[in-house]
Write a protein that binds this ligand. Structure first.
Ligand SMILES: O=C(O)C(=O)Cc1ccccc1
Length: 403
């Protein structure tokens, strides 16, 4: 079953959500001020876990004084919680049955192949975001969510480990709403996935392509297949996601209604593929981001990308100056996006999570090709910080070079 915003209400917020936040060198927000601080943060997080287990252990070995239990009761209780038969008061419980505090060894032996990782995505099973989650973590457990907002919340509330977010497409460009979500939430980008998207036209078994009068899909998918849909002369109907549209075709049972979704969605919902690769551009690539509560420790072992968002004072040449901090250090920019904020000011929450209201004319989002472990990246951001009104590192993560 998927997660909806309703399902998330009233969920207990536990454990490391309360782990202390870092201080940042140069006032940089986003946990990348000092690499050694990152290690410190992870360390504190583990200590917090130990501490909560300690409290549980203390409660578990408190003996019951008022009533003497019968032999049968003692046996039953021993079977349940490890009390020895000849020690009815429970002073000599089998302490091996108590939860063990996590050690560094436990953490290092955690599977690195993504098994057990729960990844929230927006859409129904068969959505492209689910494909992206499975590309990033082939053995993960994908968790469908009704909205991206629910996927973010699921990570924040420790219901899942990560979330997947589509951020841009080679035909449609940036997905602005998702840029806004990145800023509104405190999650960190820990990975990216680039995927070729081949859209199919799906219909009920027995229905022919010529019978289709209405096509449902996610607005991005409808936009990416504009020419095909115009040629077919169909009515376009927006849906929450592509797989959700496929599901609707089945539940509505209308032969004249099709969906744009993947061949995998056709399989899942028992629909026929009426046409393949119907996107206007052969090379239809979507880029997805993987988000987590904690940042990863950036390395130098492979190509990394860093995503930042900043705003500048008004004035001639300020953007030129901002871009120069990267150009002068030979750092390549792979993406720049600007978002006007005049109509809908944003509330930006600072690292203490207390929240300060700040209003910006424009926010600039930049992805640059360098790791925060590189001195040139640190000095570029230090330099940008000198004249930026606001600067946040959204994440530093390995580049997806597999496409
Ligand atoms: O609706 C989906 O399946 C999604 O994951 C969003 C989407 C839609 C179109 C292209 C890429 C991602």
């Amino acid at each position: 079953m998927g997660l909806s915003m309703m399902a998330l209400k009233g969920v207990f917020i536990s454990g490391c959500a309360k782990a202390p936040q870092l201080g940042f060198a140069n006032g940089l927000s986003g946990n990348y001020g000092l690499i050694k601080n990152l290690r410190y943060d992870l360390d504190k997080c583990c200590k917090w876990e130990c501490c909560s287990f300690g409290v549980l252990a203390q409660k578990a070995i408190t003996p019951v004084e008022d009533e003497k239990p019968t032999v049968r009761e003692v046996e039953a209780s021993a079977a349940n919680d490890g009390v020895h038969e000849n020690d009815p008061k429970g002073f000599h419980k089998d302490l091996n049955l108590l939860p063990k505090p996590l050690t560094a060894v436990d953490l290092s032996s955690a599977p690195s192949d993504g098994s057990k990782v729960r990844v929230a995505y927006q859409g129904a099973p068969g959505a492209y975001c689910e494909d992206a989650a499975l590309k990033a973590y082939p053995k993960c457990e994908p968790v469908p969510c009704e909205e991206f907002e629910a996927a973010f919340k699921a990570v924040e509330l420790w219901l899942v480990d990560k979330a997947v977010l589509s951020i841009e497409n080679s035909v449609g460009g940036s997905i602005h709403r998702n840029y806004d979500l990145l800023l509104r939430h405190r999650l960190h980008i820990v990975g990216e996935v680039q995927m070729r998207i081949d859209h199919c036209l799906l219909g009920l078994p027995g229905a022919r392509k010529e019978e289709i009068k209405r096509v449902m899909s996610h607005p991005q998918a409808l936009a990416q297949c504009e020419t095909t849909l115009t040629d077919l002369g169909v009515v376009k109907v927006g849906a929450l996601d592509t797989a959700g549209a496929a599901q609707l075709v089945v539940t509505e049972g209308a032969r004249d209604t099709g969906a744009i979704a993947s061949a995998r969605a056709a399989d899942i919902y028992g629909l026929n593929v009426l046409a393949e690769r119907i996107q206007d551009d052969e090379e239809n690539i979507t880029r997805f981001l993987i988000l987590a509560r904690d940042p990863i420790i950036p390395g130098l072992d492979r190509p990394y990308k860093t995503s930042i968002v900043f705003s500048l004072e008004q004035g001639p040449g300020v953007l030129f100056k901002a871009l120069a901090v990267f150009a002068l250090r030979g750092i390549n920019l792979s993406k720049i996006e600007s978002r006007p904020q005049q109509q809908r000011p944003l509330r930006v929450v600072d690292d203490s999570n207390e929240g300060t209201a700040k209003y910006f004319d424009y926010l600039f989002y930049i992805d640059f090709e360098a790791s925060m472990a590189e001195p040139r990246a640190q000095s570029a951001l230090g330099n940008l910080q000198e004249f930026a009104r606001f600067l946040r590192v959204l994440g530093c993560y390995p580049m997806d070079t597999a496409l």
